[in-house]
Ligand binder design. Structure first.
Ligand code: ZN
Length: 649
């Protein structure tokens, strides 16, 4: 594979990341990118490319001013040099600087026309971005209407706070790699799911002012949450703040930062220095240098996931890194292994970035190639090699089977089971597939050492609790590869039964908005993979019928609080009456229940946009009361806006 092929591969990864579902994790991507970039001549066009032209699905729009990137430094020495150089070039002895958090999210340009939010542009390739307006309207801590009737352009960072990220991970079964990846992916989703969790932290505005600090003050007055900003007058102050944030404050912040941005406070001085290669010379990113160590690869172990996919893990000579002993690191997939030339005896750099697990970030010497396995190390079965990944497709494979069963158990929160226990049951031949769990008898447990009577009781209670499931839960717990929780939701809503879902072909999915040819194919392939498992399961468990009732065919969502019931209760009432309870407002929703219809709440805004009927709690109660046939027509009052004019520009 030559360097141009590798660039093509990077483009493919970019395309998947921005337009579909990421097919490589961040660390693997960075590793390949570093490798490619080190081998490119300095004037290669790839080096000036900021990102990929993203999202065919969203309308494209040109940035008013190109969104560039930043020069980066990561040592105290380099920071000092940069400051001294800037002072020297400008001929100013002690220019004033500002230091701002470098938030680990995605860049966003917000345009307001006459004070009303009109578009929200992603960075895109730096020149043209995707207008993700519908989602931006749902973002938190972002004013949709400014207190002035001017045309305003602001820039900021879209970010998921740590607590929101954890919540989303839980809801989406650990779908995302990290908070940045999640924020970026969510912001581009067509269905708006989870957009409400994204917050915007603003740092720039097109106001005619002379200082960065004045921009921040204006943004605050306009109602934005602004980036944390510190004023510094000397290199000593800069370094003191840099070190304090890096070593003490970083972990306590509500969001992730990967460094700080150092800017000349005086905008005229910044302009004097100009922009070179898309990068403004009057500012620099101070990255937090991660700790690195060099070690040797002793060999490789292969991990087999619940889908049968192999992940090579490099076994390392023990090495100390930030207070812990590192013994292994994931190499993501086999094709990457060949590309970066990591083999047995390779000397590699291991890095820990932020709080995440250690990663191989550089291969110094390549080592002897690790022979791709020709049979499954767990079951000895034949393998399928798709060019990027290797898979075990054997009928019976211990590691894969155990992982599948454990996934089911964890998704359904089945008490009394541990991974070790599942392994013992597997080894005894009692459980090979998920369905076997439901055929176990008390006698089967006698064979397992150390199982007490109490555990057996817990176990049977758990089984009873999970032997009747709503279709939604069943589909999620199956763990269909390539099928996220929201995709599962769509499948259930559209097709309503396992019989229909199991028989899907790509052309059925392509008719649904949000599915492309590739995603439709991969979802169908995922379904095919779990089909026999699902069919065995359906011989021992039941899918609960969706209730029929006055709400059949209707969907409901609630915003704000209700006085006579909690949200859970509201949803139960909806489902018990045959309706669909939704968490988000989207096109086709029948009713939004809101006690305060005229607020600018995101759900109210979206309801107006999609023409969804908004009813209040009393009207909802009337509906439950049996007004089955009578159409309840509710008028949505026109939004009344009070615009306070304040001349800021
Ligand atoms: Zn196998």
């Amino acid at each position: 594979m030559n360097i141009e092929d590798k660039i093509k591969l990077l483009d493919e990864y970019d395309d998947a990341y921005y337009n579909k579902q990421s097919i490589i994790d961040d660390a693997g991507y960075d590793l390949l990118k570093d490798f490619v970039y080190r081998h490119l001549p300095p004037d290669h066009p790839r080096l000036t490319k900021v990102g990929h032209s993203e999202c065919e699905l969203w309308p494209k729009k040109k940035h008013t001013i190109a969104m560039g990137s930043q020069n980066k430094v990561s040592t105290e020495e380099a920071i000092k040099n940069w400051v001294e150089n800037v002072s020297f070039v400008l001929g100013v002895a002690h220019p004033e600087f500002v230091l701002q958090h470098k938030i680990d999210g995605f860049s966003l340009e917000m345009c307001y026309s006459q004070g009303r939010l009109e578009s929200g542009l992603t960075r895109g390739d730096g020149q043209i971005g995707a207008d993700i307006y519908e989602n931006v309207m749902l973002f938190r801590q972002l004013p949709k209407i400014l207190p002035i009737k001017n045309d305003v352009i602001c820039r900021g960072e879209g970010v998921l706070y740590k607590k929101d990220y954890e919540h989303i991970q839980e809801e989406s079964d650990g779908h995302y790699k990290n908070a940045r990846n999640a924020a970026s992916g969510i912001s581009r989703r067509l269905d708006g799911t989870h957009s409400k969790y994204i917050r915007v932290i603003a740092y720039d505005v097109n106001a005619k002012v002379s200082k960065e600090t004045e921009k921040i003050a204006i943004l605050k007055k306009l109602g934005f949450v602004t980036v944390e900003t510190f004023i510094c007058n000397s290199i000593e102050e800069i370094l003191a703040i840099y070190k304090s944030i890096r070593d003490k404050q970083r972990g306590k912040l509500p969001y992730d930062i990967d460094g700080l941005v150092l800017k000349l406070n005086d905008i005229n001085l910044q302009e004097k220095l100009g922009v070179k290669k898309n990068k403004p010379e009057g500012q620099v990113a101070l990255k937090f240098d991660s700790e690195k160590v060099i070690t040797t690869v002793k060999g490789f172990r292969i991990q087999i996931g619940r889908t049968g996919k192999f992940t090579p893990v490099a076994l390392l000579e023990d090495v100390e890194l930030m207070g812990s002993t590192i013994k292994k690191a994931s190499v993501h997939n086999f094709s990457l292994m060949t590309e970066i030339g990591i083999g047995i005896g390779a000397e590699v750099v291991i890095e820990k970035k932020g709080d995440i697990i250690p990663q191989v970030t550089e291969v110094i010497t390549e080592g002897d190639p690790f022979e791709k396995p020709t049979k499954c190390p767990s079951c000895g079965g034949p393998l399928v090699d798709d060019g990027v990944n290797i898979w075990c497709r054997n009928e019976v494979c211990r590691e894969r089977d155990v992982n599948r069963i454990v996934y089911w158990i964890q998704t359904l929160d089945m008490k009394g089971f541990s991974e070790k226990f599942v392994e013992r049951l597997w080894d005894l031949g009692k459980v090979r597939r998920i369905s076997d769990l439901y055929l176990l008898t008390a006698d089967d447990f006698i064979a397992v050492e150390g199982i007490g009577e109490k555990t057996v009781i817990t176990f049977f209670e758990t089984m009873r609790g999970t032997s009747e499931l709503y279709l939604q839960k069943f589909i999620t717990a199956l763990g269909i590869p390539t099928c996220s929780k929201s995709t599962a939701e769509i499948l259930v809503e559209r097709f309503g039964s396992w019989d229909s879902i199991g028989a899907l072909v790509p052309s059925d999915l392509e008719k649904i908005s949000g599915f492309g040819e590739t995603s439709a194919r991969s979802v169908c392939a995922g379904i095919a993979e779990v089909k026999s498992m699902a069919e065995d399961l359906l011989k021992v468990i039941y899918i609960k019928e969706k209730k029929q009732g006055i709400f059949t065919g209707l969907s409901f969502c609630v915003t704000g609080s209700l006085s006579s019931m909690g949200r859970k209760e509201f949803q139960t009432i909806v489902v018990d009456n045959g309706g669909i309870a939704k968490d988000t407002v989207s096109e086709g929703l029948t009713y939004l229940v809101s006690n305060d219809k005229d607020t600018g709440s995101k759900k109210n805004e979206k309801a107006r946009k999609f023409g969804v009927k908004v009813i209040n709690e009393d009207e909802f109660i009337v509906l439950i009361g049996g007004l089955k046939k009578k159409e309840v027509i509710v008028e949505v009052k026109k939004e009344v806006l009070t615009i306070v004019s304040e001349e800021l520009f």
